[in-house]
Design a protein around this ligand. Structure first.
Ligand SMILES: [Zn+2]
Length: 403
């Protein structure tokens, strides 16, 4: 057993720095067929991972090869077991997760099928042994008696004691290989006193993993949602009693607008902003340069929306009647975009903010309400052609928009 410190410094449980007085140790099993503890260490270090609005944290992940990745200092408070009627084990217990082999496949709740029982058994036995060694080490470090009541418990035992959420780990897996928590506690005690650990009894020869009940919903099918009275079938899966659905159709069903920019999913409240793949315009590199330069020349002092609006107006013209049909022709149409006449376009040197605004506009972000014209508000008088001949839509920043 080898402990490798890789603290999840982006995890809220690390950042908050809350300490506990360690009274015990809770053993978990990850509940997913991922054998590599480093994968979990990475996931738990991602600040965006917040199931239920709180960030899950655990002190360590143990692999079958003896490697323990320690993700939090042992006496930091982690959010690993939820709570029950009598409080939360998070306030008293260190949480350690054992990884699970690729050879099993969860089918719903704590049920799984085993594609390779021999390998599954070898893996589970190996992580069990790592758990024994780690807990023996921690019992010594924190002066804990592994046989005392409530000191060494599983997540499932924590639930029965009223200090953890309703999970079946680790027994949901161990029971198929003759492993019990009582045996675990005795093996920890033995390891602390230097005795060789008892060999866990082998499973009965004809014991196999019980066939899983048919899951309510097959993986990769749709999950029916009732979204405020409207039925939506969203691609997803129910696993471990939790419902996972693809986020985009769910958010869109809730009226949010979802876009993707530079690998970052953008979610905005609905209302006026309509990223819409049908409206997306693909541009050539030349057109992209034209858009960046004209936006910089027209609106470099404007905020992001003010810059996106310039692109929106150009697109509205390209798509609309009465204007040329290409970006280049629209921008260079005679007497239309002032900077193409006065040298400002040629001199334009767009920076990151402008480039970013243009990229956002290209995803379909549209604030324009169909505007075809805009005008500097400072230059507007009651006699301006725009005011007399056009329909005023709205002001944004230094510009007034019309159609
Ligand atoms: Zn657990």
């Amino acid at each position: 057993m080898q402990i490798i410190e890789k603290f999840t410094t982006n995890n809220e449980n690390y950042k908050s720095g809350r300490r506990i007085a360690v009274k015990g140790l809770m053993i978990h099993s990850v509940g997913t067929p991922q054998p590599d503890p480093e994968v979990f260490a990475r996931i738990f270090n991602d600040p965006s991972g917040r199931p239920n609005g709180r960030q899950v944290g655990v002190h360590a992940f143990a692999g079958s090869d003896g490697k323990v990745i320690q993700t939090l200092p042992w006496d930091y408070r982690a959010w690993h077991c939820g709570s029950g009627s009598r409080g939360s084990g998070n306030d008293t217990h260190i949480g350690v997760e054992l990884t699970e082999p690729r050879t099993i496949k969860y089918t719903g709740g704590a049920s799984f099928t085993d594609n390779d029982p021999a390998n599954t058994k070898a893996f589970v036995m190996a992580t069990y042994k790592v758990g024994v060694d780690l807990f023996a080490h921690l019992c010594t470090k924190f002066n804990l008696n592994p046989l005392a009541d409530g000191v060494i418990i599983s997540h499932a035992e924590g639930c029965k004691r009223g200090i953890a959420s309703n999970h079946g780990d680790v027994e949901h897996l161990w029971k198929f290989f003759g492993l019990t928590m009582d045996q675990f506690r005795q093996d920890i005690q033995a390891a602390m006193t230097g005795a060789s650990p008892a060999v866990p009894p082998p499973p009965a020869p004809d014991q196999t993993v019980s066939p899983a009940p048919a899951p309510a919903i097959q993986p990769d099918k749709t999950v029916p949602f009732n979204l405020m009275g409207r039925r939506l079938d969203i691609p997803g899966v129910i696993r471990d009693g939790r419902t996972f659905a693809h986020v985009r159709p769910l958010l869109e069903g809730l009226g949010f607008e979802v876009g993707l920019l530079d690998g970052v999913v953008e979610v905005r409240a609905g209302g006026g902003l309509k990223p819409d793949s049908a409206r997306k315009i693909n541009v050539t590199p030349e057109e992209l340069t034209i858009l960046q330069k004209i936006v910089h020349a027209e609106a470099r002092g404007e905020d992001e929306i003010g810059q996106i609006l310039v692109v929106n107006v150009i697109f509205n013209r390209v798509r609309g009647k009465g204007f040329p049909d290409t970006i280049k022709e629209v921008v260079f149409q005679k007497n239309q975009f002032e900077p193409t006449r006065n040298g400002a376009y040629e001199a334009a040197n767009p920076g990151p903010a402008t480039i970013n605004a243009v990229n956002k506009a290209l995803t379909g972000l549209d604030y324009s309400k169909g505007a075809l014209f805009f005008m500097s508000r400072r230059a507007i008088t009651a006699e301006s052609w725009h005011e007399r001949a056009l329909t005023r839509l709205f002001d944004h920043g230094g510009h007034r928009f019309y159609k």
